[in-house]
Design a protein around this ligand. Structure first.
Ligand code: PMV
Length: 329
């Protein structure tokens, strides 16, 4: 029987403080290392699923019907759910991001988290949050973390499928994240391709993997002690190691642009002047800056006129992914 109502879910993006880079298992999309992230309260994806009589699932992103790889990924994800619940019902998925798509701003994280929640509901698959995070992980590993709010740990490594899930880390840190957009272009190397190249060719990659649990332990220790200096330093170390794997791949590749480097330098300069701010970058040129909430406006004001940046958005820790009622916005 077709569901009578659309199923609608919203998920916020998250930014990894301690990055994952590399996959242990491609079939189940299990990350090679554990990671730690912060769910944001501004950027996110709204996804609505309705039944369709079409032969295939339809995927519309930001009002544009998709063809090719984006649709294939969504169909593959829905096929997995249908196999699990024994349904053959095809559907239409409409997703809207309130921030630039595919530019290293975590759109796949919020996208697959919202899709997992909306689709599980649509197919009446009753999952715990942990199971939902495992489902979201199949679409994009970082999406597993967006099922939860605040600080979130995603277990990775040589694990069984059931062992790679996300869980929230209780913490009371009055933090903000500034998102400095350094380009409006889509990224040139997808994170999956970048990870594959790094794992296959970078001599630094094994060291990155070896040191990961040490970085995770330091970050968790810093969170427990409310030590932003230790958390920020560990976060910068993690991102620089991840990007070193990209630069040292063969052939090497770089997600940064000149504005990225300008902002990294400016953050270090602000620290010398007494501000508490730390940078991190993902598979794109944008710089995310972790800082105490009460310093974020001043830090933003100091960076806003930096050459080449397109905007600076401010986020606080955000909530878990959630369902919307029929007429709710
Ligand atoms: O899981 P994906 O495909 O969204 O890749 C995420 C890769 C990084 O953002 C660079 C790291 C991370 O842990 O989020």
């Amino acid at each position: 029987m077709k569901p009578m109502y659309p199923s609608r879910a919203f998920a916020y993006a998250n930014i990894a403080l301690i990055k994952y880079w590399g996959k242990y298992n491609l079939e189940h999309n299990i990350p090679l290392v554990t990671s730690l992230s912060l769910t944001l309260d501004n950027y996110g994806t709204l996804t609505t699923i309705t039944a369709t009589d079409h032969e295939h699932d339809i995927f519309i992103l930001n009002n544009v019907p998709q063809v090719g790889l984006p649709t294939i990924k969504v169909q593959r994800f829905l096929n997995y759910i249908r196999t699990q619940v024994g349904s053959s019902l095809k559907c239409q998925v409409e997703s809207t991001n309130n921030f630039p798509t595919k530019s290293g701003l975590a759109s796949s994280a919020s996208g697959f988290a919202a899709l997992a929640l909306a689709a599980a509901n649509f197919y009446a698959w009753d999952l715990s949050k942990r199971e939902l995070s495992r489902l979201a992980r199949r679409g994009s590993a970082s999406a597993a973390r967006s099922i939860f709010g605040g600080l979130v740990l995603l277990h990775g490594g040589a694990l069984e499928e059931t062992q790679s899930y996300a869980e929230p880390i209780p913490a009371q840190l009055d933090l903000n994240m500034l998102i400095v957009q350094c380009s409006d272009q889509e990224k040139s190397v997808s994170s999956t391709d970048g990870m594959r190249a790094s794992a296959a060719t970078s001599p630094f990659f094994p060291v990155f993997v070896d040191q990961q649990m040490g970085d995770i332990d330091s970050a968790l220790h810093a969170i427990a002690l409310k030590d932003l200096v230790l958390l920020g330093e560990t976060m910068e170390y993690s991102t620089l190691k991840m990007h070193s794997c990209c630069l040292s791949s063969n052939p090497g590749f770089c997600y940064w642009n000149p504005s990225t480097v300008r902002i990294m330098d400016a953050v270090k300069k602000l620290r010398k002047q007494g501000a508490q701010c730390y940078f991190t970058m993902d598979a794109g040129p944008h710089v995310k800056i972790l800082c105490p909430a009460d310093q974020s406006e001043e830090i933003r004001a100091q960076l806003i006129n930096t050459e080449g940046i397109t905007c600076i958005d401010k986020a606080a820790p955000g909530r878990a992914a959630y369902m919307l009622r029929e007429n709710e916005t």
